[in-house]
Design a protein around this ligand. Structure first.
Ligand code: ZN
Length: 401
């Protein structure tokens, strides 16, 4: 979005980075969201994982094996993303799930195909990165409950209910609401995800959809890549009441690096080029529009690593230290100053050391919270499967609000 060479913040001459590395040694980062699968789909011919070659450093992207190692990543939710408006969403979802499985297959020495929380420790013991599959966007269901079970069988363990557009059953944060948050079919989706032991992810849903989901969910939820609305008022960020409810729900909110969700200054600057929901550029040529805005309004403010730390401090204040994690949302594009790529996670934790977090609390934020939530989701699913048959049918079988 606004490239001008990597600027690194002055790293204080303290031992914070050494402390952070110690934390990540004991509790390697479990990152909540990374769009590498979409980058590979769009950059490599036919989405060929082997041709893309994750073993080398990709200077113009943000994620590859050497820098995942440097960043002390111990587990990753990879996003199987499907754009809402594009044709064949169900096929795209399957192709992206398959692409993630091909990443696992292509690098068995690096990635462990993780399907349970316990696989994190197995991966750590073998010096590998636990690879978890997430579906981003319920559009791939094509309004049917059956794909949920097929996705589960294929290894999916988290589903972000929607993306930037409202679906027939759940309202998006960045689109006009049509369902009062979540309608009857939406509640059936949440119930079946609970039953299967797949994490319900509320990143991208409207605030009202977050509330309606928290009313009905039978397991803790994820907000896998969102910040605090109080610090940056983009609708993609979570409001205070939802953050507070995570304490009783037991779920986790994972701070994200998307510059427009981090910095209020940048959010205000970008507002001129976005729709009322803060979504995608309105102009046909966003790059030209960006240059025009810079000419008339001055350089775009940059989000920073320190601002991401501000969000984490605030999220901990409201949701509690047991309910916060990190969901970078690296996607091959813009990222905050100081967090240019996946190698930079230790520097974020060093900043949190400087903010006064204990090592024990940082281990929670790094991975222990997410692992606890995943274990509770697994347990809830086991119990529900004993008492409830699979939910079947399509949108039209679930009339009413
Ligand atoms: Zn997303």
């Amino acid at each position: 979005m606004d490239e001008e060479g990597p600027i690194r913040p002055v790293e204080a001459a303290d031992n914070a980075l050494a402390v952070a590395r110690g934390v990540l040694e004991r509790a390697p980062l479990f990152d909540g969201h990374n769009d590498l699968p979409w980058v590979i789909r769009t950059k490599a011919p036919r989405g060929d994982v082997i041709a893309y070659d994750l073993n080398r450093v990709h200077e113009n992207a943000d994620t590859d094996i050497p820098r995942l190692r440097e960043g002390m990543v111990g587990a990753q939710f990879w996003a199987a993303f499907q754009p809402t408006g594009a044709p064949h969403p169900a096929r795209t979802a399957l192709e992206q799930i398959d692409l993630i499985r091909r990443i696992e297959d292509a690098h068995p020495d690096v990635f462990l195909a993780a399907r349970r929380a316990a696989d994190y420790a197995r991966a750590k013991a073998r010096g590998k990165i636990a690879s978890f599959i997430a579906v981003e966007g319920g559009v791939g269901l094509e309004n049917s409950l059956s794909p949920l079970r097929i996705w589960h069988a294929a290894g999916v363990r988290l589903m972000t209910l929607c993306h930037n557009e409202t679906l027939d059953w759940v309202d998006s944060a960045t689109d006009a609401p049509r369902n009062g948050g979540l309608n009857a079919f939406g509640r059936a989706v949440v119930g079946e995800l609970n039953r299967l032991g797949i994490a319900v992810d509320l990143a991208h849903t409207s605030h009202e959809a977050m509330r309606r989901t928290l009313d009905v969910t039978e397991a803790p939820v994820f907000i896998s890549h969102s910040n605090a609305f109080a610090l940056c008022d983009h609708p993609r960020n979570a409001p205070d009441d939802v953050l507070r409810r995570l304490k009783t729900n037991g779920g986790v909110v994972m701070a994200t690096f998307v510059p427009g969700f981090v910095s209020q200054l940048l959010r205000d600057w970008l507002r001129r080029s976005r729709d009322a929901y803060g979504k995608a550029p309105l102009a046909a040529d966003p790059k030209a529009q960006f240059a025009e805005l810079e000419a008339s309004h001055g350089r775009a403010p940059k989000a920073t690593l320190q601002e991401v730390a501000d969000h984490i401090v605030f999220l901990v204040e409201l949701a509690g230290v047991d309910n916060v994690g990190v969901g970078s949302d690296y996607f091959g594009g813009a990222s905050p100053v100081g967090l240019e790529d996946v190698s930079r996670f230790p520097h974020l934790f060093a900043e949190l050391v400087r903010r006064g977090f204990s090592e024990r609390d940082l281990e929670k934020i790094s991975s222990r919270n997410v692992l606890r939530v995943l274990r509770r989701i697994e347990k809830a699913g086991e119990a529900l499967r004993k008492t409830r048959p699979p939910a079947i049918g399509r949108l039209e079988d679930y009339p009413g609000p």
